[in-house]
Write a protein that binds this ligand. Structure first.
Ligand code: NAD
Length: 298
């Protein structure tokens, strides 16, 4: 069993940490929120007084932080994880961040003689709780192999997607498909409403025809056809519209000058929805914004 330092015990990090504890690993945890630390200590972790002391004794350091800014702070700061960790330590960043930061932090780790992978996840809070996340891992094959058994405790699928930063690249490309496909499905249901075509009928046709996709068949944005989808519980997340907007903006930042028209349009639609108060709803609630636009314009 490994000694693991875990930093970032929020909606995702806390259940991931609990699964590692349940599998018998020794966890030392840190978060800027004392309440978050206390909750994971109650599940069997030891509280680390600071990041340096957490990193010093760890075989693995795992981070699950909001964005690139916190990842830089935690790894690159003068009292950060890279400065403190022993050379044999493997660093695993599971946060969803920009590709440039992932590559910069990984390069700093390698310069300090440490191993690092970026390992963002898909699967949301439910996947973190159930230990069924999907990990997309960027980094050297040797480091991937060393980290894989730890990631398998928290996930059902662990994919090596290439060198440093390629985990983040895979994650934002996947979420680009998801964000756009959800809007397409929502537009079809809104159009069907205006044409007098029942939602269940559209679902029966499209789910067995060429319109079939995950946003329709697993995460249907109208209540009824897929009983487990957030539409059936008032769009409680799930995966919030604010996080979808974050990922689409990361896809924007990563694209350089490349024109990707639907990425930009999708980001604008989610931004409007978030600005109008929808940020904490599931991202499939974007159908409400699209319905509003259709009514106002039609
Ligand atoms: P969260 O805000 O619930 O948790 C983040 C945690 O990090 C908080 O407990 C916060 O106190 C802590 N933190 C912030 N700055 C810190 C610092 N400098 N040092 C130590 N701790 C610090 O966020 P979350 O929903 O758990 O998401 C974490 C990451 O996972 C994000 O990058 C997000 O995009 C990604 N993600 C989230 C989901 C989801 O459904 N929530 C799904 C996939 C990926």
């Amino acid at each position: 069993m490994a000694t693991i330092g875990f930093i970032g015990l929020g909606n995702m990090g806390a259940p991931m940490a609990r699964n590692l504890i349940a599998a018998g690993h020794r966890l030392h945890v840190y978060d800027v929120s004392p309440d978050a630390v206390a909750a994971t200590v109650a599940a069997g972790a030891a509280a680390a007084p600071d990041i340096a002391r957490l990193a010093r004794g760890a075989e693995f350091v795992i981070t699950m932080l909001p964005a690139g800014e916190q990842v830089r702070e935690v790894y690159l700061g003068p009292d950060g994880a890279i400065a403190a960790a022993a050379p044999s330590t493997t660093l695993i960043d599971c946060s969803t961040i920009d590709v440039a930061t992932a590559r910069a932090v990984s390069a700093a780790a390698v310069s300090a003689g440490l191993d690092m992978i970026d390992a963002p996840v898909s699967g949301g809070v439910a996947g973190a709780e159930a230990g069924t996340l999907i990990f997309m891992v960027g980094g050297e094959a040797r480091v991937y192999a060393a980290a894989e058994p730890i990631l398998r405790v928290m996930g059902k699928t662990v994919l090596h997607t290439g060198g440093p930063g390629n985990g983040q690249a895979a994650k934002i490309c996947n979420n680009l498909i998801l964000g756009i496909s959800m809007i397409a499905v929502c537009e079809a249901f809104v159009l069907a409403e205006s044409l007098g075509l029942p939602a269940q009928t559209l679902f029966d046709v499209a789910s067995t025809s060429s319109g079939q996709c995950w946003s329709l068949t697993s995460y249907c944005p109208v209540p009824g056809p897929v009983p487990g989808s957030p539409a059936n519980r008032g769009y409680q997340p799930g995966f919030t519209a604010a996080l979808m907007l974050k990922d689409l903006r990361l896809a924007g930042a990563a694209g350089g000058d490349a024109v990707l028209p639907l990425r930009d349009r999708a980001a604008a639609l989610y931004a409007d929805f978030v600005d109008s108060g929808g940020g904490a709803s599931d991202f499939s609630a974007i159908i409400e914004g699209i319905r509003r636009m259709a009514v106002e314009s039609g």
